[in-house]
Write a protein that binds this ligand. Structure first.
Ligand code: F6R
Length: 367
């Protein structure tokens, strides 16, 4: 049941400290408290020999892989490529030797993702499934299964499955980084320490629920909304926009902040609310100048950042939300929680059917 929550979606958003922890525990070495893969999976994949990674999935699961691309490349130094399953399967891409293919799916039944998995098996490359439903077809057919432990997800809009996917992908990236000597023991220990604070960071983000709820005024009367981010926050912008459009039916698009000038800025008016996802990091100044460009065209800006970022931005954003200060590596997960709550409260304010949005099905078993 929904317990004390009005919707499954809200219940599932609030379950994330536990579902993320439960998932992370399986990918944490009990004695060393370092992240990695369970021994059998690590051996089967042969982590030391992986030369490149293809990740194939749909929708929200695809955005999880797009966030993780930065981790595989930056933490592990392994070239990675992501694709939407419906494109990948029909393109029949050429696959590099010693590459592996990773399929991410909550349901494990998504038709296009399954077809892409079968294609990779035919091509003879190792297949890895990151799935929430362990009895699913994708789990059965993949060579290696790395489960997420989000528990049953009832709300059609994916929330806790997404954050569980992110932590498994993060553990996977740390495991490859260590196996390939891209990170040494001390670096793995420090990084793991940071990552293991994620459930308390999620708790802190959830405690801002009332603050975030007030910010839905940002979308009042909006026909269109834009989400902008750089680096890992670019795919999160895509995910934030997907969540908003799915359940509130407000037309929303995500863009890379750096692409603003290359087209999207033509759309900015006083009636197009923009959400900037920009914690105070190396790319913040770049994001801030994009934010100022939007503000200069009267675009109302909601800045999702931290105290430092908000202090630096001064009066440029119309509104802002200060998320908790956390280690940089887990900030995308903290930002995700804010994006979920923002979409949720916007939909509730508009009176839509949050758990069963029109035209959508929880599991897409036909293409
Ligand atoms: C978005 C959403 C969908 C799914 C997509 C893939 O909130 O739920 O975009 O993420 O249909 O589904 P799975 O993960 O079951 O393969």
């Amino acid at each position: 049941g929904k317990g004390n929550y009005p919707h499954f979606m809200l219940k599932e958003i609030f379950e994330q400290p536990r579902t993320v922890k439960r998932t992370l525990d399986v990918y944490t070495h009990p004695a060393h408290q370092t992240l990695g893969l369970p021994r059998a999976a690590a051996d089967q994949i042969n982590l030391a020999d992986v030369s490149s990674i293809y990740m194939v999935s749909c929708g929200t699961a695809h955005y999880a892989t797009r966030v993780s691309e930065y981790w595989f490349e930056q933490l592990a130094g392994v070239p990675s490529k992501t694709d939407i399953a419906s494109e990948f399967r029909y393109r029949r891409p050429a696959l590099a030797k010693n590459s592996i293919a990773v399929f991410v799916s909550q349901s494990g039944e998504t038709a296009d993702t399954l077809a892409a998995l079968r294609y990779c098996k035919e091509q003879g490359i190792k297949t890895v499934a990151i799935v929430n439903v362990q009895t699913s077809t994708i789990a059965r057919e993949a060579d290696v299964v790395l489960p997420t432990y989000a528990g049953p997800e009832i709300g059609v809009a994916s929330t806790k499955a997404f954050t569980a996917q992110l932590v498994v992908l993060l553990a996977f990236a740390v495991a490859i980084a260590e196996a390939q000597g891209h990170l040494d023991e001390a670096e793995v220990a420090a990084l793991s320490n940071d990552i293991l604070t994620v459930n308390s960071a999620i708790e802190k983000a959830l405690s801002l629920d009332d603050v975030i709820k007030k910010e839905v005024i940002h979308f009042e009367q909006a026909a269109d909304a834009f989400y902008l981010g750089r680096g890992v926050y670019y795919p999160l912008a895509l995910e934030g926009a997907l969540k908003l459009k799915e359940i509130s039916y407000i037309h929303a698009e995500g863009f890379a902040s750096g692409e603003l000038k290359h087209g999207p800025i033509a759309l900015i008016t006083a009636k197009t609310p923009v959400v900037f996802i920009a914690p105070f990091d190396d790319l913040f100044e770049k994001s801030l100048s994009n934010l100022q460009e939007v503000a200069a065209r009267s675009g109302p800006v909601l800045l999702l950042s931290d105290e430092k970022g908000i202090a630096h931005a001064g009066s440029a954003p119309t509104r802002s939300i200060a998320l908790p200060n956390t280690p940089e590596i887990i900030m995308p997960i903290v930002q995700t929680v804010a994006l979920q709550l923002l979409a949720y409260h916007a939909a509730v304010a508009l009176g839509t059917d949050v758990d069963q949005p029109r035209n959508l099905a929880k599991s897409v078993t036909v293409e």
